[in-house]
Ligand binder design. Sequence first.
Ligand code: DX5
Ligand code: ZN
Length: 218
Amino acid sequence: MSRELSVSMMCIDLSNLGEMLRTFEDEGVNYLHVDVMDGHFVPNLMLGTTYVEWLKNNSRIPLDIHLMVEDPAAKLDWFPIGPGDMVTVHVESAWNVLDSLIHIRKLGAKAVLAISPQTPITSVIHLLDYVDGVCVMLVIPGFSGQTMIKGMEEKIRALSDYRRSSGSEFFIEADGYIHEDNIRSLEALGVDVFVAGTSLLGEHPGKYRERIRLFYSI
Ligand code: DX5
Ligand code: ZN
């Protein structure tokens, strides 16, 4: 699978949203990553249903909805999820996370299971038949602009080794602290989809087209 980019919409300049979306479409951005936070599962409140609906209606780019909420199964129907989209739920967020994965696939979307930095990969191995992807959080969920937690490369390597030895076909997404100096090494470890916010939209104001091109050319 070739390298894919999911742009983190929590880092966007809202005053320039329309123009940025057109640029993302021109540059072939693969997903719009929408961080949904409920102030309970994570200590932040972010990106609601109306905004997600607006993105769905105003962009051709598939959505990558990252649910950092308690009881995600009860909230899936709040979002405009359809074929081509990707929806991520956290294994730590509910006892019935499998219900969510099954429901997401029934909607025609890709079901992704996320693991926070402190969660071992053994907590998702038994559910891999129900997922299209595993999202490895490289930072503590809740905020952009953090640095990578130690040990995350080893975690990706272990997940990738498992994928190879078991013949499974799930993709690996990495979320948080994606920069030009770690893209190639993370890709070599097995990452397929990269979620980037700060390095594309925050650190170089106005240069997002160049930053996206750099991501794909590295
Ligand atoms: C953190 C979010 C990330 C975040 C990534 O909880 O899940 O998607 O937006 O932002 P950066 O690129 O700043 O780490
Ligand atoms: Zn995210």
